[in-house]
Ligand binder design. Sequence first.
Ligand code: SF4
Length: 312
Amino acid sequence: MGYKYLFGPVPSRRLGISLGVDLLPFKTCSFNCIYCECGKTTDYLIDRKEFYPIDEIFSEISDYLKSNNTPDFLTFSGSGEPTLYLKLGELIERCKKSFPDVKVAILTNSSLFYREDVRLDCSKADVVLPSLDSARAETFLKLDRPAEKNILDKIINGLIEFRKAFDKEIWLEVFFAKGINDSKEDLDALHDALIKINPDIVQLNTLDRPPADSSTLPVSKKFLKDVALLWKDLPVEIISRYKDRSEIENYSPEFEDQIISTLKRRPMTRNDLVEIYKKPMYEIGKYLDILEKEKKVKNVIIGNKIFIQLQS
Ligand code: SF4
């Protein structure tokens, strides 16, 4: 059967084997980010709708899960903003009721988190990966180009509210573009907002694919590392697609072996590894990055937490 709403499964850096579910027509989004790898937003919306019948989407998911191995995650993402789909919460509930083993992730630009119904829908997921690229209105407008202009404070407050109610993991991504959100003022404002939001992991990212606006430039890996050092009071990880170990500064094969032998004993959370080795999250993250890429470890959810487990 050819699927209209499903894509993958694909190996995802953050989620292991992920089956993507796209709930909206191509490039339907509340933002029009200059770095978007899907191109310019064509349907620029802030109102939630049932873009496609929930029964049709659920029937595809159901068909896939009945005849294939369960992916590590069913991921609501795609070429637009998944929380614009009005029946997102109901769809997650139906998936979990019919397939209790399935784990659900949502990738969101956070634009609708000021809405209680959106927070409630997202709370049904096992892990939520929101974005926040700036905490300064001027920068936010330049980088994310939101459909609703005066929304930044509402987004930050919505994320703070969501954190208070959601006891599963929040992995918050910050995307950096050179000359746009890399000033000291931007970093300080974002740091203050992140402290208030209190995500489980802050993931730093930059451009590595053609962007919607071709003048967008990546920041350097050194910049990402400097931010990780500057924000040492936050659980920061750098998401960068290293080709191999030789690209990574100060990579220690001995330390990689230590991590593997620790994980042989039992799965660990990222925070467990930070505690055991007394190293910052971004240091641990660079080893996990390689090990995940080589399919030596994967993320599994146990209870409400995400653990790293050796792949058999
Ligand atoms: S929020 Fe995501 S899908 Fe929407 S424009 Fe930005 S990067 Fe693209």
